[in-house]
Design a protein around this ligand. Structure first.
Ligand SMILES: Cc1cc2nc3c(=O)[nH]c(=O)nc-3n(C[C@H](O)[C@H](O)[C@H](O)COP(=O)(O)O)c2cc1C
Length: 258
């Protein structure tokens, strides 16, 4: 066969494709475990960041050891042993008819249609005492579903940290929910008013720091009222009656049983 014959060119091209596809498939298979581990590590990092405990440069595993993961059954407001918290995937649980709960339209403030009956929640304990409770939240912004964690202090109403780890809002507009100074303002804000109702609000504009209501208010996002409203809505859903409120009320009354 001559070097430039069509048959030879096609054979070389075919062999090259074969070798490349074997290499790509092998890489995908061999790295899939590493990718899963990276995903878990990334999630743990986000949880630590929401609690204000993340230290860059220290192994995430080591830092996460101070956090206790639990599965919460939102229907009973009790912890559940049905799932392994480390392996629990709340997004998959929304798709599973066994764990999916359709949200009646009148209650669906976060515009998510359905949620899992179970949620993985995270406790920061010191000598068996609760220091912080970290709760996953999500809801619609303007373009996307925004996923985050909110961390509450031991009074179960004061915010220690609040951050989104996944969203598709516009960089520079709704994407400013990732701006460190916007995130920072949440520290010390209170979710519940004296009556026990959800009182936190994301304003259109800036909080008047001299107002007695300032503790229940967060700055909006300039030119991004719709994303800011989404944040307000998802907090009202998840911290409300159909979300974590019954569980938080129970904890306030009974304390944490581990
Ligand atoms: C390309 C483009 C991207 C936008 N992205 C966002 C966004 O991510 N979040 C948001 O709330 N508004 C976004 N807006 C603006 C909204 O359409 C709307 O005008 C805005 O939320 C109203 O906020 P304002 O009342 O503070 O001006 C975007 C507008 C354009 C043209």
């Amino acid at each position: 066969m001559s070097r430039d014959s069509t048959k030879k060119i096609l054979s070389v091209a075919f062999l090259l494709c074969l070798v490349c596809s074997v290499l790509v498939s092998a890489a995908a298979v061999l790295l899939s475990e590493r990718q899963e581990l990276n995903k878990i590590e990334e999630k743990r990092k986000n949880i630590l960041q929401a609690a204000g405990l993340y230290q860059a440069g220290r192994p995430v595993d080591e830092q996460f050891s101070q956090i206790e993961s639990r599965i919460l059954d939102l229907q009973t407001a009790e912890f559940s042993d049905k799932f392994d918290p480390a392996a629990f995937d709340s997004r998959a649980a929304v798709r599973d008819p066994q764990t999916r709960r359709q949200i009646p339209a009148a209650l669906d403030l976060a515009d998510i249609k359905a949620r899992s009956r179970f949620q993985a929640v995270y406790l920061v304990l010191e000598d068996g005492q609760l220091q912080q409770l970290i709760l996953p939240v999500h809801g619609k912004g303007l373009w996307s579903t925004m996923y985050g964690f909110i961390s509450l202090a031991d009074d179960l109403t004061t915010v220690k940290g609040f951050a989104f780890y996944e969203h598709g809002e516009t960089p520079g507009l709704g994407g400013e929910i990732d701006n460190p100074s916007w995130k920072q303002q949440w520290q010390g804000k209170k979710i519940y008013g004296d009556s026990g109702a959800v009182r936190i609000r994301v304003l259109k504009g800036k909080v008047d720091k001299t107002s007695p209501d300032a503790i229940y208010q967060a700055d909006g996002l300039a030119g991004s009222t719709l994303t800011a409203r989404g944040v307000d809505n998802l907090l009202h859903y998840w911290m409300g009656e159909d979300g974590y409120q019954p569980f938080l009320e129970r904890l306030k009354k009974e304390g944490i049983k581990l």
